[in-house]
Design a binder for this molecule. Structure first.
Ligand code: C2E
Ligand code: MG
Ligand code: MG
Length: 920
């Protein structure tokens, strides 16, 4: 609605602006002036001008002239037979009396046909400005007429209008004073109003005669004046009586007066039309435009406007010429120009321009983005195809434009499902960014790939349009796949990792629960893998792990899962229904897989494995519990039965818990000094003489009483308490031996070494310091080592042993025969003797095997120069039998159980003690 009236509103606003500012006047004057040029006419010739021109001034002398000159002129004019004479020369001030008299005389003889100028003047009387009419001298006024010669100058400095006359103050009220032009024209109008001088009247057509010629009585000059009205006035520039008039001309006052008179004579007193006519004209134009605007093209409208414009001017010219009416057409023309501008603005398609800018911007962006940009029309036929789309799909622009979007999709994909289906679904896609979808795209070469696209839609000129930004996400998918793989798998063996096993185990448990099945979890540890790593390097260790993984993977079918849990630990999870045997059979089968050495490229590596087994639901409801319990079982296998398997039972956990309690108690025991050393005698079998004592630890528990070492030493040895306890044992035993030595008993004391003493710290230095501190003879200290001590870092053990022996301390191999490689140790380490384990001794009388072992051990020791002592002799018969086998020393309940030092001293060192007491 507003848009419809916009041009007209604009025009009205423009008119108001111009109208109020008054700037239209300039145009109005220009148009009127143009009419003067177009509608020119000659002067009537009834009025002649006698010019006070430069020639006259030159001939007569400097202005002002003597009034006798004017008197002579008047006489000459009378002679020439003129009708009236008007002087545009000031006669208001008296001059030389004789001259004034001469002029008065001339006036007298002219007999009332002369008119002299009067003019209004502003004068200041006191504080007030008053208008004063300057009249001719009284003596002249009585003999002649007076007429006003004032000329109105318009705002633009031009003279346009002229008054018929004016009411002026006379002695008795106001009298009407005619203007000189009206007087000359013989007008009898008595009205205080003005008219516009018709400058169409050509001033050059006015009859003009030089003053001096008239004065001299030049007959041709005088002839020109006959029967005419005459006006005398200055035309010489130096007299300064000049005025600006329209069309850029400058005219002398006298000519202006004459033109005014001519206007009256020729009935060309121009009158301006009323404002109402202008307003009516404007209204007419607006109505015409309102009516025609919607029906006319811009060109026709412009033509119409031009025609109206010309029409208006022609009408104005006609009014001017025929009716002496001046129509100010400036506002009408301004209105028409405003309409012309409005038409032009209407024609310029600003929206189109903006659209073009936007489109070229879109095009540039579309062509430069790396993603594919595809636009379609409402039928989903492709309309825009950028280089990114070419790169993704392989189609050139000319091949694909116009084809359906569906041709970019894999056969299975539904194009319609991707695009917003209904109007209701549109809002989401109309949002910036649109809706993002994933689909399978198909390239020109047929390759199917994962794509991601955001769909947007907008209302275009030809219906709904769609924009699709397509991205090839195959790389991203591959990367994501790879990251997921890395997160779920062990990179070395490519088996699943602990995390993945946990989640898969959970689902396996869920499935088993649903099917009333059970799940077996085996945690497999490679025995002594650290050894392989240390001895053969990590790269080799890696290849062993890979080979182990391959072997497990090859064995476990698709129903089970094989995982690598940590360094040397693997796990197998499998539903019971899939193993086709008992759990133990499965464990043994897995163990058996490693009977054959692993192929590790360069060499064949033999490894042993230990297994911890846990079965859901008995050994755990959740994957976490199952894993934890299988682990526990493995730990137990490793400590108790390396190389075999153990199925988790609740007792294992109980034991563990007991062990933890024990550890806490032991820590307290160390603090409270609850340990004691008992001593068991070692005797020479032949003589029965006590030659030594083995120090054996006891724990005097506040509630449990005396606790034997087997109940707590393994725990101590595998705990951080080991060091402290071992140090205490060694120190106490050495002090005791030294005490006995000081008491005169050269009793050799045997101390059991703890693994920690050999593995860390400097045992030899410690012993040296202790011997030094106690003063004990080194030969009275015997250190007992077991195979598990010798198992570790051979070089270190060897060095320690050498240094101990160098001190004079002897080293014996305890529990000989129970380990795996007892014999080889005899060769490898510098040992002084061995203690035959009590398990061979107990049944030596009845078991021929044991007798054979004991016998050969004794003879072997003798050959190697080692001392031999048999443990566990519980009766005289055994002692005698061993003696017969060549064993010279023994230890056992038969000779004495382990006992407190005081008891030991009392029972075995009594003689000496008496002696000692005596000595004391
Ligand atoms: P071991 O070093 O072989 O000590 C000999 C064990 O055999 C002692 O058991 C002793 O009481 C037992 N024994 C000796 N003769 C007989 C016999 O005729 N019949 C029977 N049935 N047993 C006999 P104990 O004192 O219970 O010590 C057990 C093990 O604890 C020791 O075996 C040793 O390995 C360890 N042990 C004891 N005290 C210490 C200690 O202070 N430090 C360390 N590291 N280990 C210790
Ligand atoms: Mg021992
Ligand atoms: Mg022993």
């Amino acid at each position: 609605m507003l848009r419809r009236f916009m041009p007209h509103i604009l025009v009205v606003v423009a008119l108001l602006t111009v109208g109020l500012s008054g700037s239209y006047e300039l145009l109005g004057h220009a148009l009127i002036d143009l009419r003067f040029r177009l509608d020119g006419r000659p002067a009537s010739g009834e009025i002649a001008v006698v010019t006070i021109d430069p020639r006259s001034i030159e001939a007569i002398g400097a202005w002002p002239w003597h009034r006798t000159t004017h008197a002579r002129l008047l006489d000459q004019l009378q002679r020439a037979g003129v009708h009236d004479v008007a002087f545009d020369v000031d006669f208001s001030a008296p001059s030389v009396p004789a001259a004034d008299q001469a002029f008065a005389n001339a006036l007298q003889s002219a007999n009332g046909s002369v008119v002299l100028p009067a003019f209004k003047q502003l004068s200041v009387a006191g504080k007030e400005t008053v208008i004063h009419v300057n009249r001719p001298l009284r003596e002249f006024e009585q003999l002649a007429w007076s007429a006003l010669v004032n000329i109105e100058v318009a705002r633009d400095g031009r003279v346009r209008s002229y008054a018929f006359g004016e009411y002026c103050d006379a002695g008795s009220g106001k009298t009407f004073l005619q203007s000189m032009g009206a007087f000359l024209a013989g007008s009898d109008a008595v009205k205080d109003s003005s008219f516009l001088i018709d400058y169409g009247i050509d001033p050059s057509s006015l009859p003009k005669v030089s003053y001096v010629d008239v004065l001299r009585g030049d007959e041709t000059a005088l002839a020109q004046l006959r029967n005419k009205r005459v006006i005398v006035g200055a035309t010489a520039i130096e007299l300064g009586d000049y005025y600006s008039v329209p069309n850029g001309r400058v005219l002398p006052g006298v000519v202006l007066q004459t033109l005014a008179a001519e206007s009256i004579i020729q009935h060309r007193t121009l009158v301006t039309t009323s404002t109402a006519a202008t307003v009516a004209g404007l209204l007419l134009i607006v109505v015409l435009m309102l009516a025609s605007w919607p029906h006319l093209s811009a060109a026709r409208r412009a033509l119409l406007i031009a025609m109206i414009s010309i029409g208006v001017e022609v009408a104005a010219l006609v009014l001017h010429d025929r009716f002496a009416l001046v129509l100010d057409t400036s506002l009408l023309q301004i209105a028409l120009v405003a309409y012309l501008i409005a038409t032009a603005l209407d024609e310029i398609d600003f929206r189109g321009l903006l659209r073009n800018v936007a489109e070229s911007r879109f095009e540039r962006i579309a062509m430069s983005i790396g993603d594919g940009l595809v636009c379609t029309d409402q039928d989903k036929r492709i309309t825009v195809w950028n280089p990114g789309a070419v790169a993704i799909f392989g189609y050139g622009e000319d091949e694909i434009i116009g084809r359906p979007f569906a041709s970019l999709l894999d056969d299975g994909a539904d194009a319609d499902a991707l695009f917003p289906q209904s109007e209701a679904a549109l809002p989401a896609t109309l949002l910036p960014g649109g809706a993002t979808m994933e689909f399978d795209g198909r390239r020109k070469d047929g390759e199917v790939f994962p794509a991601e696209a955001s769909f947007s839609a907008w209302q275009g000129p030809d219906g709904l349009q769609y924009g699709v930004i397509v991205r090839d996400i195959s790389l991203r998918k591959r990367e994501a796949e790879r990251i997921r793989y890395l997160a779920e798998h062990d990179t070395l063996t490519t088996l699943i990792n602990r995390h993945t096993l946990q989640s898969e185990l959970a689902s396996m448990i869920a499935r088993a629960d649903a099917a009333s099945d059970r799940v077996v979890l085996l945690v497999i540890g490679l025995d002594a893998f650290q050894h392989i790593n240390d001895m053969l390097g990590h790269a080799y260790g890696d290849s062993v792990l890979r080979a182990a993984a391959d072997r497990l993977r090859a064995e476990i079918g698709s129903e089970g899962r094989v995982a690598r849990l940590s360094g040397d630990e693997f796990a197998v999870a499998i539903p019971c229904s899939a193993i086709g045997g008992t759990v133990s059979e499965l464990a043994e089968h897995i163990s058996g897989l490693f009977d054959a050495p692993l192929e590790t490229g360069a060499r064949r590596q033999r490894v042993r494995i230990s297994l911890g087994v846990a079965v859901h639901p008995d050994a755990g409801q959740t994957a976490d519990e199952l894993l934890s319990n299988a682990h526990l079982a493995l730990c137990r296998t490793k400590t108790d039965r390396r190389g075999s398997h153990l199925v988790f039972e609740p007792t294992i956990r109980q034991e563990l818990e007991q062990r933890l309690t024990l550890e806490e108690e032991l820590a307290l025991a160390v603090e409270r000094q609850e340990f004691e050393l008992f001593y068991q005698p070692q005797v020479e079998l032949l003589s029965g003489q006590v030659i030594g004592a083995e120090a054996l630890i006891r724990w005097r528990h506040p509630t449990r009483g005396l606790v034997p070492p087997n109940d707590f030493i393994p725990v101590v040895n595998s705990s951080p308490l080991s060091e402290a306890v071992a140090t205490w044992v060694m120190t106490t035993a050495c002090r005791q031996a030294r005490d006995w030595q000081l008491a005169g008993h050269e009793i050799r004391v045997g101390v059991n070494l703890a693994p920690s003493q050999v593995q860390s710290g400097d045992l030899a230095a410690f012993v040296a310091k202790l011997l030094d501190a106690t003063g004990l003879t080194p030969g009275l200290l015997e250190l007992e080592v077991t195979e598990d001590i010798l198992l570790h870092d051979e070089a270190r053990v060897l060095q320690t042993f050498n240094r101990l022996q160098a001190l004079g301390v002897s080293l014996v191999f305890d529990d000989f025969g129970t380990g795996y490689a007892s014999l080889s140790y005899l060769k490898k380490f510098p040992l002084d003797g061995l203690k035959i384990d009590r398990s061979f001794v107990f049944d030596v009388l009845t078991q021929s095997d044991d007798a054979a072992i004991v016998g050969s051990t004794v003879s072997l020791s003798k050959q190697l120069g080692l001392s031999v002592i048999a443990e566990g002799i519980e009766n005289q018969a055994t002692a005698e039998f061993l003696l017969r086998l060549g064993c010279e020393h023994g230890q056992g309940y038969h000779f004495g159980k382990p006992m407190p030092a005081a008891e030991f001293a009392q029972r075995f060192l009594r003689v000496d003690e008496t002696r000692q007491a005596g000595a004391a």
